[in-house]
Write a protein that binds this ligand. Structure first.
Ligand code: SF4
Length: 472
């Protein structure tokens, strides 16, 4: 089975969707890289992109067209300045010119060169896309990609993770975690660190994880400075700033670290702690909805749960700073990869249980780890959090990652905290449902779920709330 690193699960990128924005973006980058390797860029006259299934149905609201354009232009989601995102997209829309691979201008009209086949699906996965380059000598070259959730892509004919990774302690199931942790008497975080050490050294691992946390922390802080309407036409208002302003009373501090210090030193009660947890989750997903910089965790729609719960721990629990951040994210990442291997992290395959449910399970395990829980309690917390998301459908109104998505992150966060607290007070050897059992149940529920509830915006709230989005 695949050997997934924590850095495959947590990826720095741009909102609003891992499967509909990050995946297609990576596919477009892969396509131009392949053209570059074959020295074909100079011979390209025209590019056409075809989107199928869920990518076609909700791709417009999820920024798939924007992602494809930025990828074809050679920009990387991790490094592109956030204020370039809309600028480049608008320039291409207005000029009908695309700077392919940042090296050759070609004519490109998004309205006619990106085709949304809403009534067609490719057989292998609900999120399929084909990119075709027409060359000067009348030949063409094409590739088909599947965006399989969490920003992961597969090229038709290839398998995931073709590079062979050797990890000393292979983990495919929760039972594997139990076996390794038991035999070595170590925590999940220590086990995952041993596997990560087969890919890079400890300093690199710590630096990489702390960089991920910095993006999460900056994202929360930046969002708490912004008010007004989110883009897309639903007229959804940002709320994180209002919550933060009400809680802080005398304004936002000058940077994210002072922000944390101020929260830590402010008097708290249950209500304000709860409001902070909601504020952190709302903040990330408001940034996500406005094409901001976020960390896919394990998807973009669910990107707020893990930062919110980790920020909650940093602000309100006794903690060991960087060491806890690393342990939290190593543990959470491994739980995410269990769901990816044993079920799915794609809403187009499994509905919202695969996004918010998985992120909540990840956060619950991470929080239990840093609160001093055993590896059994971490897995119990993950199981509890997922158990109470089973069957959750995906029905984004207007195909935008806003309603119910943004608030749903607050619910995933509070369930994660509750699940961790319950696990800390429980004897996991007496638990009736194992983590492996809930992963299997989630997979079967995903198969049984009507396709209307799998990121198509054809059912649920998306069907019953009339929207009148003015295309601009
Ligand atoms: S409803 Fe859930 S799965 Fe669907 S787009 Fe929103 S957050 Fe993602």
């Amino acid at each position: 089975m695949e050997r997934i690193s924590v850095f495959d699960i947590f990826k720095i990128g741009i909102g609003p969707s891992s499967s509909h924005t990050m995946g297609p973006w990576k596919a477009a980058l892969d396509f131009i890289n392949s053209l570059q390797h074959q020295n074909l860029i100079d011979r390209v006259e025209k590019i056409q992109v075809e989107l199928f299934g869920s990518l076609a149905k909700t791709g417009m609201g999820h920024g798939t067209d924007l992602a494809v354009i930025l990828g074809l232009a050679g920009h990387h989601p991790e490094s592109i300045p956030v204020d370039w995102v809309q600028k480049i997209y608008t320039e291409v829309q207005n000029s009908h010119q695309l700077n392919l691979a940042n090296s050759k201008n070609i004519s490109f009209n998004p309205e006619t060169d990106i085709l949304f086949h809403k009534d067609q699906s490719l057989p292998a996965h609900a999120n399929g896309m084909t990119i075709r380059a027409f060359l000067v000598d009348e030949n063409s070259i094409s590739e088909t990609y599947y965006s399989i959730g969490g920003g992961f892509i597969i090229k038709e004919g290839n398998k995931e993770f073709e590079e062979v990774r050797h990890m000393p302690y292979p983990i495919d199931t929760a039972e594997d975690i139990r076996k390794w942790c038991n035999s070595m008497q170590i925590s999940i975080a220590q086990l995952v660190l041993q596997n990560e050490l087969s890919l890079q050294n400890k300093d690199q691992i710590y630096a990489g994880i702390l960089k991920i946390w910095k993006v999460m922390k900056d994202c929360i802080y930046q969002s708490c400075l912004k008010s007004g309407e989110l883009p897309g036409g639903l007229k959804v208002q940002r709320r994180a700033k209002k919550l933060a302003d009400n809680l802080l009373k005398d304004g936002m501090p000058a940077n994210p670290d002072l922000f944390i210090q101020k929260i830590q030193t402010n008097p708290t009660d249950f209500k304000s702690t709860l409001n902070w947890l909601s504020c952190f989750a709302l903040a990330v997903n408001e940034e996500n909805a406005s094409f901001g910089r976020i960390v896919t965790a394990p998807t973009n729609g669910a990107a707020g749960v893990i930062p919110a719960v980790l920020m909650y721990h940093i602000c309100f629990n006794q903690n060991k700073g960087d060491e806890d951040i690393v342990r939290f994210l190593l543990t959470a990442g491994e739980i995410g990869s269990l769901f990816k291997k044993g079920a799915t992290i794609s809403a187009a395959m499994g509905g919202c249980q695969a996004e918010i449910g998985v992120s909540s399970a990840m956060a619950a395990a991470g929080l239990t780890e840093v609160m001093g829980g055993s590896f059994e309690q971490c897995m119990m917390a993950a199981e509890i959090a997922m158990e109470h998301h089973l069957g959750m459908t995906c029905d984004p109104i207007g195909g935008l990652v806003q309603v119910p998505c943004i608030e749903r992150n607050t619910m995933g966060a509070i369930k994660a905290v509750t699940a961790a607290q319950i696990a800390m007070e429980s004897d996991p050897t007496k638990a009736l449902v194992s983590l492996d059992a809930v992963i299997k149940t989630m997979k079967e529920t995903a198969f049984d779920m009507n396709h209307k509830y799998k990121e198509t915006a054809d059912g649920g709230l998306a069907l019953h709330i009339p929207v009148n989005i003015v295309e601009c």
